[in-house]
Design a protein around this ligand. Structure first.
Ligand SMILES: [Zn+2]
Length: 171
């Protein structure tokens, strides 16, 4: 299967990094210890702006959702949200922020470390976490379908789309 990178919604992080510049106040959410150093390196980008840095557990969960919810409630025009951590946590936070009313251009996702990806099963609509590269396959724990992890990130689900491995032949 060949995929044209120009037409997919695979995150292009460097581009998003540029988009997120600007804004008057900045909140950095870092997920886990490993995200600490990369988050610290971002600080000079926001010189002259008010920066809040909140350190969260590595994995996206109730605590992170509560913290982000409070930030969203208090958010003003000109606010930028920076998400640093394992890609699965970053994408989950991204989806929550979009659902909470933030725009793509107001969020800067900075995935670090972990190869774990959240995969959305196109067949049973469950998501699961797997240490899998894009283009490889993983088995859906719910419907046991062998899924190919596709070059497409759903920001609504905060996950990579997984399709049945031989779906193209069947259609
Ligand atoms: Zn499934």
């Amino acid at each position: 299967m060949s995929v044209c990178m120009d037409t997919t919604s695979m995150p292009r992080w460097d581009e998003e990094r540029r988009i997120a510049e600007g804004g008057r106040t900045v909140t950095i959410l870092s997920f886990g210890e490993e995200a600490g150093e990369p988050a610290r390196k971002l600080l000079p980008l926001f010189a002259g702006r008010r920066v809040d840095w909140v350190r969260l557990p590595t994995e996206w969960g109730e605590i992170a959702a509560r913290v982000l919810g409070r930030q969203l409630d208090a958010s003003r025009v000109g606010w930028r949200l920076i998400l640093v951590g394992p890609e699965a946590s970053v994408l989950a936070a991204y989806a929550a922020a979009i659902a909470g009313g933030l725009l793509d251009a107001e969020i800067m996702p900075v995935p670090v470390g972990s190869a774990d990806r959240t995969v959305y099963c196109a067949h049973c609509h469950a998501t699961h976490l797997a240490a899998v590269e894009v283009g490889r396959s993983t088995t859906c724990p719910r419907c046991h379908t062998e899924l190919v992890v596709y070059h497409h990130v759903s920001r609504t689900h905060g996950a990579y789309l997984g399709y049945m491995i031989d779906a193209e032949e069947r259609w």
